[in-house]
Design a protein around this ligand. Structure first.
Ligand code: FMN
Length: 206
């Protein structure tokens, strides 16, 4: 099968992307709206793109009707957001926040998750998430203004919160964290089935 994106429906392109680029980590992004209302939503077009300084990137798409997501609007307005890491123990609450709520709905309340004040940014983190990264907006790159077109949100990490029992000499214990990834559709992946592959020339560090 050979596919030319120029003659393929956006929804089908989306299906091809999410079925091929996987598993995807999930940024559970908290933001604050113009009226001070807290917003929380998952974004799996997400990765880390720089370690020095630490920079994260995630990509809200325009809806099929061309509407901008609240997270994008809030990041642009306030210039701050928090990326919370999704573990198995918060996956159901995370899913609740992905419904298409209007901006006046506080998704912390909808999901029952607890907002905790951040250290540097004026956006709360999620208490139940074991890792959270406070970010200051670096740049928003609008890649498309078409329905389902993405913008890339780049944020510099200014504080990292890790629950003490998950942290050992700057390593995060994956068996405790039990982070989840997103596959296509409603399917998720666990991070507990792993294998090691030592790089040629590299010394295994345990
Ligand atoms: C696990 C998961 C990952 C998602 N990833 C994305 C994504 O990368 N980009 C996107 O635009 N929407 C994504 N969504 C959909 C948004 O979370 C959904 O549209 C949400 O209502 C947006 O909320 P907001 O308007 O408050 O930002 C994802 C949904 C789920 C459940």
């Amino acid at each position: 099968m050979i596919i030319d994106p120029r003659s393929t429906e956006p929804l089908n392109l989306y299906k091809l992307l999410i079925g091929s680029v996987l598993p995807r980590p999930i940024a559970f992004v908290s933001t604050v709206g113009a009226d001070g209302i807290y917003n929380l939503a998952p974004y799996s077009f997400f990765t880390a793109v720089s370690a020095n300084p630490p920079i994260l990137a995630f990509a809200p798409q325009l809806s099929a009707e061309g509407r901008r997501k609240d997270t994008l609007v809030n990041c642009e307005r306030l210039g701050e957001f928090v990326v919370n890491v999704v573990s198995e123990d918060v996956v159901r609450q995370m899913n609740e926040t992905a419904a298409d709520f209007p901006p006046e709905v506080d998704e912390f309340e909808v999901s029952g998750l607890t907002p905790v004040p951040s250290e540097v940014v004026a956006v709360p983190r999620v208490k139940e998430c074991h890792v959270a990264m406070e970010c200051k907006l670096r740049e928003i790159v609008q890649l498309s203004s078409l329905p389902m077109g993405g913008s890339l949100v780049l944020g510099e990490v200014v504080r990292i919160h890790v629950d003490d029992e998950y942290f050992d000499d700057f390593r995060i214990d994956p068996d405790k964290l039990r982070a989840v990834g997103r596959m296509a559709g409603s399917t998720y992946a666990r991070t507990t089935d792993r294998f090691d592959l030592v790089r040629p020339g590299a010394v295994k560090k345990g």
